[in-house]
Design a protein around this ligand. Structure first.
Ligand code: ZN
Length: 351
């Protein structure tokens, strides 16, 4: 009712310059919903694709991106339990599921028939305020840096669902982590460390591989895929055995090589294809060795609760590449388009 907020929005798809910082209507929390004052929002590859027009999100215009949101509880709509106090900091689970469809009833909320993501189907965190169902907020306690916390939800949630739930990575196994410099690659390394699995990491440049060493990856277990053949290197590093699990989110031309790198009865888990969705592989590398290729999508609320607790216990250290103020969302997109960083790019939403 005449209440406004500032947000970085786009009216039409296109380049980074389509993101405009301006005043729009502030949302009101409905029944069972909470209004969150956004403090920081991570940028994801999806945001760039949606802004560029590669995804139809279904959200009304102006479109508000941003699924990686941390902030503080501002106010509750009617019918809420109000377990988290007003003013307390929270991280938002980005999957909004219906709770009633066949998949939800089976406990598979990440494949809900009617799901929508924050920042895609629903208005996201490139704004001063966002509304979500109350069940999507998770307390952050006194976590010291909200810009760092905003590097956490999607990267660690997605990687956790992939490695723990879908691929069931076990202590002592070897996992090949693709693109260790990406937000999700950083998360995969830290989760593999926590499980007690061995990591082989790939990246497109040596300086990113060196940073992975700082997270505990053995310097002799790193592959620059622009200079070396991933399959040849994995075979050298594993005495021709191959890896138990491949953590895949790149797709593109190296996909066949990483499928080939899986050991007998191993598995490849994938959540995306940042290079390309079109891949080719030799199917004999799958059936002959009984390799499982496993899809993975987002994370459940239960998993989100588990990883939030681990974050607060200091088990995870999300990595921030660079922080931009929300006003400079267009510049942040332009920066990320170059894909030069290590870790996540964050929008800080100030007073
Ligand atoms: Zn559902």
């Amino acid at each position: 009712m005449g209440t406004t907020m500032r947000a970085a929005v786009f009216e039409e798809t296109g380049g980074p310059e389509k993101l405009v910082y301006r005043e729009i209507d502030r949302p009101e929390p409905g029944r069972g919903e909470v209004l969150v004052r956004v403090r920081a929002c991570g940028i994801n590859g999806f945001d760039l694709l949606a802004r560029g027009g590669r995804y139809k999100t279904g959200q009304a215009k102006p479109h508000i991106l941003g699924g990686d949101v941390v902030g503080s509880v501002d106010s509750y709509g009617p019918g809420c339990e109000e377990k988290v106090g007003v003013g307390e900091n929270v991280a938002l689970h980005w999957v909004i599921s219906c709770g009633r469809c066949e998949q939800c009833l089976r406990g598979f909320e990440t494949t809900c028939l009617r799901y929508g993501y924050l920042g895609a189907k629903y208005p996201g965190g490139y704004a001063e305020y966002v509304v979500v169902p109350e069940r999507n907020i998770f307390p952050l306690g006194d976590y010291p840096d909200l810009n760092v916390a905003a590097a956490f939800p999607m990267a660690f949630g997605t990687a956790w669902h992939m490695l723990v739930e879908r691929a069931a990575l076990r202590p002592g196994e070897t996992v090949l982590v693709q693109a260790v410099g990406s937000g999700i690659g950083v998360a995969a390394i830290q989760i593999a460390n926590l499980i007690g699995a061995h990591v082989i990491g790939t990246a497109g440049s040596d300086w990113k591989l060196e940073k992975a060493v700082g997270m505990g990856v053995d310097p002799s277990k790193l592959i620059n895929y622009n200079e070396r053949d991933i399959y040849d290197e994995v075979m050298k590093m594993t005495n021709k055995r191959g890896v138990d699990v491949v953590f895949e989110h790149i797709g593109g031309e190296n996909f066949g090589k990483v499928v080939q790198s899986v050991t007998r009865n191993g598995r490849l888990v994938t959540c995306g294809g940042t290079a390309s969705y079109d891949v080719s592989m030799n199917i004999a590398h799958v059936f002959h060795k009984q390799v499982s290729i496993i899809g993975s999508n987002s994370a459940t609320r239960w998993e989100f609760e588990q990883i939030s607790r681990l974050l607060l216990e200091g088990k995870f250290e999300p990595v921030v590449d660079r922080v931009f103020p929300l006003q400079e969302a267009a510049a942040a997109h332009e920066y990320l388009d170059g894909r030069s960083g290590f870790g996540k790019v964050i929008l800080s939403v100030g007073d």
